[in-house]
Design a protein around this ligand. Structure first.
Ligand SMILES: Cc1ncc(COP(=O)(O)O)c(C=O)c1O
Ligand SMILES: N[C@@H](CCCC[NH3+])C(=O)O
Length: 439
């Protein structure tokens, strides 16, 4: 297993993260347990911010909180001077409760409800990333004359779809998100927004995908958007103050992944925008980005206790852990690959190939296929690395399995930031049948 951030093997042959022995964490907080390396999150956040500073460009680095949101995470994001991309009333509520400044929040979503939009306006969020015509109408209705105009970005789909290891350009913009850049929709949206007294059109947003390793997709997206900005400058006498190029920067899950440093993505994006701006003879807009995975992904490790094993002769050996698709749905959903190690026996030689199964009643509940590990025994502690993004945030209660706890570790100290769910939590919203029905 590749050791990310402060992860290392200590003198006892145990995995240590943030100066804390993971076997101690398992004893204290139980398993499964999400462990976050706070120093690594800070390092990632600072490298994105620094990259913009080095380029002398006004920017906002907005943490895409869908990757992992909790009050503690939002406090950390605030401390690091990040902005925040929230995508639902729930994320917005959590951020407000964490004391995150609303003016640094950007509300996303392809189907924001009237209530969510109202909530965002009441709190004074920094920007609403408008996704469709319906939303323009609802915001127009919600706007109260004389109040601060609603700061908006229009989300555009530039006809670029980026996938894990490659990107393809599509003539057809087949996406549920945003206004089509090439089919006249954005122009209609700009007209509507500029004609209304409700809006302050800050600029445009696009997001081309997730877990992207190349910079060409971002450059191409910037070029596509600026080709249009050139047209709009003449047609609407409008130039954007902000261009948001989204998130999607890839991380290393396994040796198959070759991520680029944050600085590299930022440089290429800024250079592409600067080139366009020069050609258009316009002022440099603020550049906003929205990294999620690349801020928290490799900072997260999940600890599991090993339980049962099953040998299928001449086929494979299944080793089951006390979690699974309930705390990490990514292997089942995307065939995502992970690395793992025995956290309590880091010095032991790899002796067998096993497959790591979850405990759900579902054959697809597998975390890792065919991984080499030392001979595995019940109660060994398995660490799966790089589970910091879209692990806890996509966790669920399938089979009524309680969600794990989350701890932050830094400088030899561990802090519980999300409690483990209890069975009581599991039934908290259940309402028993009335006695008339059950005798
Ligand atoms: C609009 C938007 N911004 C940002 C992100 C964050 O992406 P990632 O976690 O890959 O950086 C996403 C998710 O893909 C997204 O949909
Ligand atoms: N949830 C996905 C990525 C979606 C990103 C949000 N638009 C993942 O785990 O990789």
């Amino acid at each position: 297993m590749h050791l990310h951030g402060t992860s290392k093997k200590n003198e006892l042959g145990h995995l240590e993260i943030g100066g804390v022995d993971t076997t101690e964490l398992a004893k204290q907080f139980g398993t499964p347990l999400y462990v976050y390396d706070v120093a690594l999150i800070k390092e990632r956040a600072r490298s994105f911010k620094k990259a913009f500073e080095n380029m002398g460009v006004k920017a906002q680095v907005a943490y895409a909180s869908k990757a992992f949101s909790s009050i503690a995470m939002f406090q950390l994001a605030k401390e690091e001077g990040l902005s925040l991309d929230v995508v639902s009333g729930g994320e917005l509520y959590t951020a407000i409760k964490a004391g995150f400044p609303a003016e640094k929040m950007h509300l996303h979503g392809n189907n924001k409800s009237r209530e969510e939009l109202k909530m965002a306006l009441e709190h004074g969020v920094g920007c609403i990333v408008v996704d469709n015509f319906y939303e323009i109408d609802v915001l127009d209705e919600l706007y109260v004359d004389g109040e601060r105009k609603i700061p908006v970005l229009l989300r555009v789909t530039p006809g670029i779809e980026a996938h894990t290891h490659d990107y393809i350009t599509t003539g057809q913009e087949d996406s549920k998100f945003g206004f089509g850049l090439l089919n006249g929709q954005v122009e209609r949206a700009i007209e509507k927004v500029l004609a209304s007294k409700a809006f302050h059109l800050l600029g445009f947003h696009c997001h081309i995908g997730s877990q992207i390793f190349e910079t060409q997709g971002f450059v191409l997206a910037a070029e596509r958007v600026f080709e249009k900005i050139k047209e709009w400058k003449d047609r609407f006498s409008y130039v954007p103050e902000v261009v948001n190029l989204g998130g999607g920067f890839g991380i290393r899950y396994t040796e198959e992944d070759a991520p680029l440093p944050a600085t590299y993505y930022v440089e290429k994006i800024v250079e592409a925008v600067q080139k366009q701006v020069k050609e258009l003879n316009m002022e440099m807009p603020e550049i906003w980005i929205e990294p999620g995975r690349s801020l928290v992904g490799d900072a997260g490790t999940t600890l599991y206790s090993i339980g049962s094993q099953k040998e299928v002769p001449d086929v494979r050996k299944y080793v089951a852990v006390d979690g699974g698709m309930t705390d990490n749905i990514r292997p089942a959903l995307y065939e995502a690959k992970y690395e793992a190690a025995l956290a309590n026996r880091m010095n032991d030689k790899e002796e067998e190939k096993v497959s790591i199964a979850g405990k759900c009643c579902e054959s697809g509940d597998m975390l890792i296929w065919d991984i080499a590990l030392p001979s595995v025994k019940p109660n060994d502690l398995l660490a799966i690395s790089c589970t910091g993004a879209y692990g806890y945030s996509m966790a669920n209660n399938y089979n009524r399995i309680p969600r794990p706890a989350v701890v932050f570790v830094e400088d030899g100290e561990a802090q519980l930031v999300v409690k483990r769910e209890s069975y009581e939590n599991i039934i908290v919203n259940d309402i028993p049948l009335k006695s008339k029905v059950v005798k």
